[in-house]
Design a binder for this molecule. Structure first.
Ligand code: ATP
Ligand code: CA
Ligand code: CA
Length: 413
């Protein structure tokens, strides 16, 4: 399978940044490797951040390196050490994944924010550059975030492993967060949807020929309904409610449910006749194992939950479901369930696809309803129905998001 993104090797414009980031992470993780202690309230304070100088000739605490001198900042590092432990991350493995040679690949983001994304070679971690305001939001919510992820082991919200800043001497600051890749899996992800529950501008704006498995599709492109066994459905909806409640109290909006689909039968991966990749009917991929094996093999995650027809179901990371593709006839009939969540008429074969495996989580949770989002709302409200705009206040955002989830996921009768 083709790995997404471009390796950052010597000569790449962000090669120096990668080297600095690797030296910094090694320093940060190594610093806490041996000594652990309970967290104190002061560990969460915004001023709990330190600059470390990395002169190229090396210093008492830092190794010599080939890059130019730079400074490195860690935010609330003791808290993130505890978070990594809570999320079951082995420090040595974490360090190796990020700091090994040729470790990172840069992938171009479909987002409009201008952030850069780096994926580790083992696919487990994503490093996202972010704005100062986003770092502030994360640090502000850190005590509540810590509480939330400790309390809800099956939370869908992004797992954060660290927040840092690099500043080359005489250069610009680059802030970034390290988080879990939702699609870390030995199984191929055939389709990706980024869903907000809003409709204005929420469709992919690429010509069909450029859409492939790595393309992130949006709300209006969604032509599936996922049928879940009752107990999983209830558990999922309960967790979505809890997570949205948390985000709402933190005044967060603009987040998405990111869904990756693995079709057990690869024939369906290309969407039968409406293939975005133009590879309809390609069935050679026999890499998909029987469903039962999938759940046993994912032991590194901590979320083993319920027993169902299959041995174990893990919620919040991946989940088996029946996906139903909606036909034009059903969409147009207008009354009989199911309908596309967005009521859209996308066409295609219709009917049930076999089983799929869903990988999902709530991402991009560091945007508060700030002045720029309020202005965006005011401006777009002049042109379209305000409820269709992504930028709305956190309360409305959360309600609309949850309502939409109830249309995407339904109880299997
Ligand atoms: P914008 O604010 O314009 O939406 P952004 O730069 O903040 O964009 P995100 O929404 O965080 O970017 O992410 C953009 C895309 O990157 C997602 O739609 C998804 O395809 C991918 N992505 C982001 N976070 C993850 C993650 N944790 N695991 C897997 N893929 C991710
Ligand atoms: Ca986003
Ligand atoms: Ca964003």
């Amino acid at each position: 399978i083709k790995k997404p993104g471009q390796p950052i090797s010597r000569g790449h414009k962000n090669y120096e940044l990668m080297l600095n980031l690797q030296l910094g992470i090694r320093h940060s993780v190594g610093k806490h490797a041996l000594k652990s202690r309970d967290l104190k309230a002061s560990d969460f304070e915004p001023r709990e951040k330190y600059w470390t100088r990395f002169p190229s000739e090396g210093s008492k605490h830092t190794p010599p390196h080939q890059s130019i001198d730079f400074k490195w900042k860690d935010y609330c590092s003791m808290v993130f050490r505890h978070l990594r432990e809570l999320f079951g991350i082995d420090p040595a493995e974490y360090m190796l994944a990020i700091c090994g040679s040729d470790a990172l690949r840069e992938f171009s983001s479909p987002g409009k924010s201008g952030s850069c994304f780096y994926l580790t070679q083992d696919d487990r971690y994503i490093i996202k550059t972010c704005k100062k305001a986003e770092v502030m939001v994360l640090i502000r919510m850190l005590p509540k975030y810590y509480e939330h992820v400790s309390k809800y082991k099956n939370t869908l919200v992004t797992k954060f492993f660290g927040v840092h800043c690099v500043k080359p001497i005489g250069g610009q600051k680059t802030r970034f967060i390290v988080m879990g890749n939702l699609f870390h899996s030995e199984y191929r992800i055939h389709k990706i949807f980024d869903l907000k529950g809003s409709s204005h501008g929420r469709s992919i704006d690429k010509p069909e020929g450029e859409i492939d498995e790595t393309t992130t599709l949006k709300d209006l492109d969604l032509n599936f309904v996922f049928r879940l066994q009752q107990s999983w459905f209830l558990e999922l909806m309960r967790q979505v409610d809890k997570d949205c409640e948390f985000l709402e109290t933190e005044k967060i909006m603009d987040y998405s449910l990111l869904i990756g689909l693995h079709f057990r039968d690869d024939c369906y991966a290309s969407d039968r006749g409406m293939s975005p990749t133009g590879r309809a009917g390609k069935c050679q991929d026999k890499s998909s194992p029987r469903g039962d094996e999938i759940f046993k093999s994912d032991t590194e995650d901590r979320h083993w939950i319920m027993e169902g027809k299959r041995p174990f179901i893990r919620l919040g990371a991946n989940m088996p479901a029946r996906a139903e593709r909606l036909s034009r006839v059903e969409c147009e009939a207008g009354n009989g369930p199911p309908r596309t969540p967005n009521g859209n008429n996308i066409g295609g074969g219709g009917g049930e696809v076999f089983d799929v495996i869903l990988y999902f989580g709530i991402i991009d949770i560091l945007q508060d309803y700030d002045i720029s989002k309020k202005l965006e709302h005011a401006y777009k409200s002049l042109q379209v129905d305000p409820i269709s705009i992504s930028a709305v206040d956190p309360k409305l955002y959360s309600k609309r998001f949850r309502d939409f989830m109830h249309r995407v996921f339904v109880e299997d009768e």
